[in-house]
Design a binder for this molecule. Structure first.
Ligand code: HOC
Length: 384
């Protein structure tokens, strides 16, 4: 029951049992052997705390700002496709939970609800961002961007890690046929259901997208532009160079290139170089992938992230318990955050800094990811 969910993993466990097999396959799958998907969370296990003691932590405030918006806690609901696979109300559940907890929702291009439904579900001055897959037809892309800006979106997150779809074999095996989604109308997607959900919805995406296109995006919108899916410091430096406002160090939840490094590991590469060059205030650095605990959030903030994106845990909470599930998931993260801030001796986000962690083990690729053969080969081609 919901009362018995004590952490993000509990929601995942319930979702794996209550979701339709095809829907579970789509949400839970990663690319190839799913090494990156598992490493995303395991990488946080290589970072340990160096707490300070005898600090007054009676009052703890973990609010912060992201792209100028004040939020209660340094996470945002990152974009995940096809919310109605998990729950008939789809992404508007995230909108409502994000409002209640005062965090930002990133609206996916490939949402099940229409973009306008998701914006209409927002209340008052609630802030939303747009995640963009760039369509081969730039007129469609321009229309989507300008509509989002007109409807009040405060950030444009362009996905740059998906020129082609990764192989998610669980999803491919489930031969998904999707119903009840308006993906086709909102994104121009072409449908081919024979290779799994992801392939069915992704053929409209432009693989020729390049750095040369960035000035065009800057010319069609005043929204801050953030590149989502950056994976090394060279590309962060180039992002600073072209004048975008942020990057998300992300490997798409381990769903694209297997053996891509975790966001937190890339952060460890990026921040010292940005600081050395005095560029740390020129760009906001976000990470996503594998965030399951407030300690993960705190580690990223200590290393210099501006915030973290959380995707699957909220999808699973929604699939298991609807709005009540997502509400509880967010509250659990807030509760964990308050306690762990106290335990490391910090009463506000600006006190988090690299001296509070020991991340020396992080860049060692003697990875601790358990090799779970079942997760990649539980299907028996002779039987199914
Ligand atoms: C090549 C485009 O983000 C997912 C979604 C949709 C994928 C589109 C990839 O399943 O990861």
């Amino acid at each position: 029951s919901l009362e018995q969910c004590y952490n993000m993993m509990d929601f995942e466990s319930v979702a794996s049992r209550v979701m339709k097999k095809t829907a579970w396959a789509y949400y839970s799958s990663g690319a190839d052997d799913e090494i990156t998907m598992r490493e995303n969370h395991s990488a946080f296990h290589k970072i340990w705390f160096r707490p300070r003691i005898l600090v007054d932590v009676e009052k703890v405030d973990f609010s912060t700002t992201m792209l100028g918006t004040k939020v209660d806690i340094p996470f945002y609901v990152t974009a995940t496709a096809l919310g109605k696979l998990g729950h008939p109300e789809g992404e508007v559940i995230f909108t409502k939970a994000a409002k209640k907890h005062n965090v930002i929702q990133m609206i996916p291009t490939l949402a099940s609800c229409s973009f306008d439904q998701i914006v209409d579900a927002a209340e008052g001055d609630q802030v939303q961002w747009l995640q963009l897959y760039v369509n081969k037809d730039r007129a469609i892309t321009k229309k989507i961007i300008q509509h989002a800006e007109a409807r009040g979106c405060k950030g444009l997150f362009i996905t740059v890690d998906a020129p082609q779809l990764g192989r998610r074999e669980k999803d491919m095996r489930s031969k998904f046929t999707e119903q009840g989604s308006n993906v086709q109308s909102s994104s121009g997607a072409v449908t081919d259901n024979s290779q799994g959900a992801a392939r069915a919805i992704s053929s409209f995406i432009d693989p020729s997208l390049s750095w040369k296109d960035i000035p065009w995006f800057q010319s069609v919108t005043k929204m801050p532009i953030i590149l989502k899916g950056v994976q090394c410091v060279e590309d962060v430096l180039q992002a600073v160079e072209v004048g975008v406002q942020g990057v998300v160090l992300s490997n798409h939840g381990g769903r694209q290139l297997d053996f891509a490094r975790s966001g937190i590991e890339v952060l460890a590469e990026v921040m010292p170089i940005l600081r050395d060059r005095g560029l740390q205030d020129k760009i906001e650095i976000y990470i996503d992938g594998g965030v399951r605990r407030a300690t993960d959030i705190i580690k990223a903030m200590c290393m210099g992230a501006k915030g973290v994106g959380i995707g699957r845990p909220f999808l699973f909470a929604m699939s298991a318990y609807g709005l009540a599930g997502v509400d509880k998931a967010m509250q659990l993260l807030k509760d964990e955050m308050e306690m762990n801030m106290r335990l490391i001796g910090c009463s506000s986000i600006d006190q988090l800094n690299p001296s509070l962690i020991d991340s020396r083990a992080l860049n060692s690729h003697a990875t601790s990811v358990p090799w779970d053969t079942l997760s990649v080969s539980s299907y028996d081609p002779l039987v199914s």
